[in-house]
Design a protein around this ligand. Sequence first.
Ligand SMILES: [Zn+2]
Length: 280
Amino acid sequence: MNLENLPLRSHIHDGFTVEGYSRAAVQTYWRIPELKLGFDMGASPWSFMGTPTFFITHAHLDHMAALPSFVARRRMMKMEPPTIYLPAQVVEHVDRMLKSWHKLDRGRMLCNLVPVIPGEEYELSREHVVTAYPTKHTVPSVGYIVWERRKKLKAEFLGLSGQEIRDIRLGGTEVSEETRIPLVSYTGDTAPPGLDADPANFQAKILITEMTFFRPEHRKEKIHKFGHMHLDDILARADQFQNELIILGHFSTRYHDNQISKAIDKALPENLRGRVELWL
Ligand SMILES: [Zn+2]
């Protein structure tokens, strides 16, 4: 159900549905229902209400304005208070903003705000953990990687029988170790150093990132200074992307959709074209 008529696209890749919309200065919101989490909240389609956990990259309005409505809706619908991860520097202000809304709307704003620090990790469940990395924007900002973790038999025990392994384990030795697979990385708004901040950004199954500008005449120094990326930044890293799917979004509103797809299709090298999804 999309009662507000908010733009919403979706793309399924290997069992994960990426839903959302992202356009610079308009609004950005994403979610992956199978992981029960979303990123940013410039707006919040009615259907997103069922997702209990959101990771906010930065506090610009087009990435966070819908937070009070989202929190209030979940309460109105008698759902558990959501958990919102956000850069540690903005938690106090966001808490105050929600308290103001409590007064204005006369409804309690129940949610769990978790301060995020780049380099730290946050446990979601037995199978999933999220790490945060620094990004470069004009306000405090972070990017997120969702990892799947699995228990794997340690290499030294690989040749043994089930009985032998059981005996070793009962003897008190840890036979398994944890392996991690980066599933999704979301950079939010960032200049190139955000993309380069964690090598797993290039290995994640799905990379969701931004390409705000693509025209050759747009000056890159200026774009980087304002915490964004240009087509050339993606092209310069073409050989690094091992991702199965690369979603490029957050295009400037000064471009028309067909201009964007035409120019980018033409510029992308063969090894990227099949894996890139332009989010228009
Ligand atoms: Zn921004």
